[in-house]
Design a binder for this molecule. Structure first.
Ligand code: ARG
Length: 456
């Protein structure tokens, strides 16, 4: 295809340079945004009498035709074109003749690509937010069903205090709520229109930037044209919000992987979300969870890529910025794939409360409650802590758990122990008494579920 910008140079480029320079193999994805952006531009040019109303109508109809032909497959992308913007304009001019050449009045590819990318990511962000809500709904469902299922809560991956499976699920729901809010916040700054900044300095035409922005459902316009065409903060912000989201999904995946192991067996994943081994017949592998954990690295890489591309470029547009797209597209698509598989995997997962309970019974997980028992009888916490620790040591030496020691054995350590201690250290009591806001009791977890529901 002849270069539309031939003039200053012959426009004849080496084919290797052409391939190197071309971005259509990835920016074709923005064709809808490019075309609707151009329709709004034509409308504005007509409204401002920069072109005639008839010309504007012709351009809009021509663009509509291209959009529907691309959607239906009647028109194919020309992969030798320089980018999606040049491709659409070339087809338009081919179809409309000279009128087509008027579309690019008072515009540059620099503000065009910036507006396209913002619109594209805005749509992707909305999709991601909905997918996150799906995952939260699956977490809530599990939390509601297993709000009383006792499991060991861990610190340092050592059994620490009893919690419930529902409480654990809701911890992830909280993380995802923050992710939703971070992404919504990023969308606000993303939803500012750069169109009309033109190449870098604005334009001498009597344009109406706000009309064009509101046609395209932006909340406002970039106030400085140099900034408008060179700002990619929204890519960095989105990619960092997505990196944080992936970090959460990766932590959750790590737990799912641990929990499906025979060492834990707290949950069983549905067959639909596991794989077998080509050699070991007994295997049922949590590949989806492992891939989510693995793909987290990819999204972090995308973030580092975008940050590094931007760090050294002077104002305003530089071709380096074409490198923004593959990274952010990859991040967005990776996150969407992960969320799409995670939601049904969580939804169909089968917790195994007996195994959780059994694990909780083994690890002296009620030692804090034993100490608290003595505190309530008047002993200072540090002294109570010490006695409780000595009792644990005795149990370990004798291969017992706290529930198995007799009252007279307890009395050797402190006169304050009475028969009611056994009720106090039962796992059910340990959980039920943790009624502080945010705590693990069924009541507290129900409040957490209500809160998350209200935020959706
Ligand atoms: N394909 C280019 C990009 O993605 C479009 C903008 C080109 N602008 C220019 N002045 N060469 O950044």
């Amino acid at each position: 295809m002849g270069k539309m910008w031939a003039g200053r140079t012959s426009g004849i480029t080496d084919s290797i340079a052409d391939d190197f320079n071309s971005s259509i193999r990835f920016d074709y994805k923005m064709f809808r945004q490019d075309i609707t952006g151009s329709m709004a531009h034509a409308l504005m040019l007509g409204a401002q009498n920069i072109i005639t109303k008839e010309e504007a109508d012709t351009l809009i109809a021509g663009l509509e035709g291209i959009l529907s032909d691309l959607e239906s497959g009647a028109l194919e992308f020309d992969m030798t074109a320089e980018d999606i913007h040049m491709f659409v304009e070339a087809v338009l001019t081919e179809r409309l003749g000279d009128v087509g050449k008027k579309l690019h009045t008072a515009r540059s590819r620099n503000d065009q690509v910036a507006v396209d990318l913002r619109m594209y990511l805005r749509d992707e962000v909305d999709e991601i937010s909905e997918l996150i809500r799906e995952v939260i709904r699956a977490l809530i469902k599990q939390a509601e069903s297993y709000k009383a299922a006792i499991m060991p809560g861990y610190t340092h991956l050592q059994r620490a205090q009893p919690v419930t499976f529902g409480h654990h699920m809701m911890a992830y729901a909280m993380m995802l709520l923050r992710d939703l809010s971070r992404i919504a916040d990023c969308r606000k700054r993303m939803n500012i229109s750069p169109i009309g900044c033109c190449a870098l300095a604005g334009t001498t035409y009597n344009t109406d930037r706000r009309l064009e922005a509101s046609e395209l459902k932006f909340d406002g316009i970039a106030i400085n044209s140099l900034d408008g065409v060179s700002d990619r903060d929204y890519c960095v912000e989105l990619c960092s919000a997505l990196s944080i989201l992936m970090m959460h999904l990766s932590r959750m995946s790590e737990e799912l992987i641990l929990w499906t192991s025979w060492e834990f067996k707290f949950i069983e994943l549905d067959d639909a979300y596991t794989t077998g081994s080509s050699i070991m017949p007994q295997k049922k592998n949590p590949d989806m969870a492992e891939l989510i954990r693995g793909k987290t690295g990819r999204v972090y890489g995308d973030l580092m890529g975008i940050l590094t591309v931007l760090k050294g470029i002077p104002l305003a547009y530089n071709k380096d910025m074409q490198e923004d797209k593959e990274g952010i597209f990859d991040a967005v698509e990776t996150v969407q794939m992960c969320l799409r598989v995670l939601a049904p995997m969580l939804d169909t997962m089968k917790p195994i409360p007996e195994n959780m309970k059994r694990a909780a019974q083994k690890g002296f997980i009620n030692a804090t409650d034993l100490a608290d028992y003595l505190v309530k009888k008047g002993l200072p916490f540090r002294s109570a802590y010490k006695i409780s620790g000595q009792l644990v040591a005795k149990c370990i030496a004798e291969g017992k758990v706290l529930e198995e020691l007799t009252l007279s054995e307890y009395k050797e350590f402190s006169d304050l122990f009475e028969d009611d201690l056994y009720n106090e250290i039962s796992l059910e009591t340990c959980v039920e008494k943790r009624i502080s806001e945010g705590g693990t009791s069924v009541k507290s977890v129900e409040a957490q579920i209500d809160y998350v529901k209200s935020q959706l």
